[in-house]
Design a protein around this ligand. Structure first.
Ligand SMILES: O=C(CO)[C@H](O)[C@H](O)COP(=O)(O)O
Length: 181
């Protein structure tokens, strides 16, 4: 069980123009909508596993807070669980397919999660699909080919001798995959 929570009000002003993509691995995401809106978050991604009863209200509140709603799912959660949230009139704008168990950086990419990315891309050709966990030079092509277009990368970028070059490797892989569609 993780207990660490850090909010940084005014982050948007400290890094002007940055897209602040906030993924909440918490039990009650609705409690954090207002604090994150105040902190200047751009995107608010909640977990489908804890939002079965209130995702419609959550999406509405996130939008009212001026943020972009996204939904995340853990490796063991079937992809079908997010379909209603993408298909609803008031829908999420991004799906985050976790490619490791949520919790910590530095874990090993789970290739079996790519079936979910593929299914999602086939059903929703223009949806933003994010992947998070173990993404780096040796795994990015798999994720990009499956249809992911938003990449969360920690260890591979911050541990690289040249972080900018690593970001470019990740970006080019996604661009190549998109061109070959
Ligand atoms: O927090 C995470 C899991 O909950 C992520 O996997 C993390 O942010 C990305 O780290 P890495 O690229 O090292 O896997």
């Amino acid at each position: 069980m993780l207990k660490v929570l850090t909010m940084c009000p005014g982050l948007d002003e400290m890094i002007p123009g940055a897209y602040l993509d906030c993924h909440l691995m918490v039990t009650n995401p609705i409690d954090y909508v207002e604090p994150l809106a105040t902190a200047g978050a751009s995107g608010f991604t909640f977990h489908v596993e804890v939002s079965k009863d209130n995702w419609q209200e959550l999406i509405q509140r996130i939008k009212l807070g001026g943020m972009r709603p996204g939904v995340a799912l853990k490796p063991g959660t079937p992809i079908e669980e997010v379909y209603p949230l993408v298909e609803d009139e008031n829908h999420v704008e991004m799906v985050l397919v976790m490619t490791v168990e949520p919790g910590f950086g530095g874990q090993k990419f789970m290739p079996e999660t790519m079936d979910k990315v593929q299914a999602l891309r086939k059903k929703f050709p223009s949806l933003d699909i994010e992947v998070d966990g173990g993404l780096g030079a040796s795994t990015i092509d798999m994720a990009a080919a499956a249809g992911a277009n938003c990449i969360v990368a920690g260890s591979s970028v911050f541990g690289a001798a040249d972080p900018q070059q690593m970001i470019s490797v990740l970006r080019k892989s996604v661009e190549r995959a998109q061109q070959s569609c």
